[in-house]
Design a protein around this ligand. Structure first.
Ligand code: FRU
Length: 445
């Protein structure tokens, strides 16, 4: 039986129509998870006005889209409600974001012509917003910064509040700026952090502690491209701040601008944009009226040598229905979405017929599109791995997330097979295939 694929996903948050990019304002507030996102409701190509859309969920499985909650409707954010964060204090959710302003005239919009205001709104229910208050303007940033300063992330540390902003200096170096505050309103510049040879701009910073390490997540632009590193147009990874070591979050084709938050049980959860700007490949949903999705929420934990492990939140296991074993050398018919969990030998090959080949050979793992009719310009992505002991695959109707070695290495990609059934075969490993129920995704609009 062949079921035509409409590309509508079952396990990934995506807009009904329009364009999505970064996750914003992630938090748990008044008994619910809140996921805001960069949203252009009127343009799947991404050149419409930038707003914040809003989903919420009691359990990360049942989601409700409550609508577009922040619009670029003041002089201080008239060209875009850009990325930002959520901070919960008592009965109020504080949302900090960048108000993007483009002046009329002859500007390059890098060294002149752009306003980047840190703006605060508050909400008591996650949906209805207070008025907007500008907290920082370009004149509050160090004078060596270009106009590109944005994406505030706020947290509490030792009884004070801290904010980190991504920035580009006038001599084209990526860095972050730290500010501190006692009241969430008045912010004072603290310090700057940059590392050598790290590109011209750092977007979407996020700082957090995990297993006694301080990490700074950044999305750098302008890193040189190598065989196993920075394979995409822009990179995204975490700095182990004390060691100064940068590790990419995801080695696949479609991942950028992640943000983390703390769940009520103390888990640190990461959600990324399963997409990137300025890509040389395409997404065929654009002509159907929407483009892009978020990744599955991932629990973070400490691995060896300061590495961070990412694994799909455990809630997702509740969506497993039938399970069936598969042995090396076997092929089974699967229906998207499905999950595969396997233990591997030394070398292995996994094939999703006419779509993808996942292969581990000679210290290299690769994800290859075997036909352009599913990849839309995506070809191959690689990771250098001295061993690969286990593989977990979550295949949705138009994306795949691959977790290797317990989530030490992850690869995410959009894929667009023409129908939802595919032959799945494994060689050099065995495991279990699970059928998956979809998440509930309701829209108030
Ligand atoms: C990252 C980014 C952010 C910015 C937002 C605008 O993808 O460029 O730096 O705030 O997208 O949509």
């Amino acid at each position: 039986m062949h079921m035509k694929n409409d590309f509508r996903q079952k396990l990934h948050l995506e807009p009904v129509s329009g364009w999505l990019n970064d996750p914003n304002g992630l938090c748990f507030f008044k008994g619910e998870y809140h996921v805001y996102f960069q949203y252009s409701p009127d343009s799947a190509e991404g050149n419409g006005i930038k707003c914040w859309g809003h989903w919420k969920s009691p359990d990360l499985l049942h989601w409700r889209f409550t609508g577009t909650v922040l619009f670029p409707d003041t002089p201080d954010d008239r060209d875009g409600v850009y990325s930002g964060c959520g901070f919960v204090k008592e009965d109020t959710l504080y949302l900090f974001y960048t108000g993007n302003v483009k002046e009329e005239g002859d500007h390059d919009y890098i060294t002149s012509g752009r306003g980047a205001n840190v703006i605060l709104v508050t909400t008591k229910d996650g949906h209805n917003m207070s008025g907007k208050r500008v907290l920082l303007r370009n004149t509050d940033y160090p004078e060596y910064c270009s106009c590109h300063v944005r994406d505030p992330k706020v947290w509490e540390e030792n009884g004070r509040y801290r904010m980190v902003l991504g920035a580009r200096t006038l001599d084209n170096k990526g860095c972050v700026l730290y500010y501190r505050s006692d009241d969430l309103i008045n912010w004072e510049f603290e310090e700057e952090l940059r590392t050598p040879n790290s590109g011209y701009m750092w977007e979407c910073p996020d700082e957090f502690m995990l297993g006694g390490h301080r990490y700074l997540s950044i999305s750098p632009q302008g890193l040189p491209h190598e065989k196993y590193f920075s394979q995409n147009v822009y990179s995204s990874g975490y700095l182990d701040v004390n060691k100064g070591v940068y590790t990419e979050w995801d080695k696949g084709f479609d991942f950028y601008a992640p943000q983390t938050f703390e769940a009520p049980d103390g888990r640190r959860i990461l959600i990324g944009w399963e997409g990137i700007g300025d890509i040389p490949y395409t997404n065929p949903t654009t002509s159907l009226g929407w483009q892009h999705c978020l990744t599955i929420p991932r629990e973070l934990s400490s691995g060896k040598n300061g590495l961070i492990m990412q694994y799909p939140v455990r809630e997702l296991e509740k969506l497993r229905t039938d399970s069936s074993p598969i042995k090396s050398g076997e092929t089974v018919k699967t229906e998207l979405p499905f999950e595969f969990v396997g233990k591997t030998g030394r070398n292995f090959t996994i094939i999703l017929e006419d779509i993808l080949k996942l292969e581990y050979r000679e210290d290299e793992f690769s994800l290859t599109f075997v036909s352009d009719s599913a990849g839309y310009g995506r070809d191959v992505r690689r990771a250098k791995l001295t061993e690969c002991s286990d593989v977990r695959i979550i295949a949705d109707t138009s994306s795949v997330e691959v977790y290797l070695n317990g989530g030490e290495t992850v690869m995410s990609a959009r894929m667009y097979p023409a129908d939802t059934s595919a032959a799945f075969s494994v060689n050099g490993l065995s495991g279990t295939i699970y059928k998956l129920d979809g998440m509930e995704m309701i829209s108030d609009e």
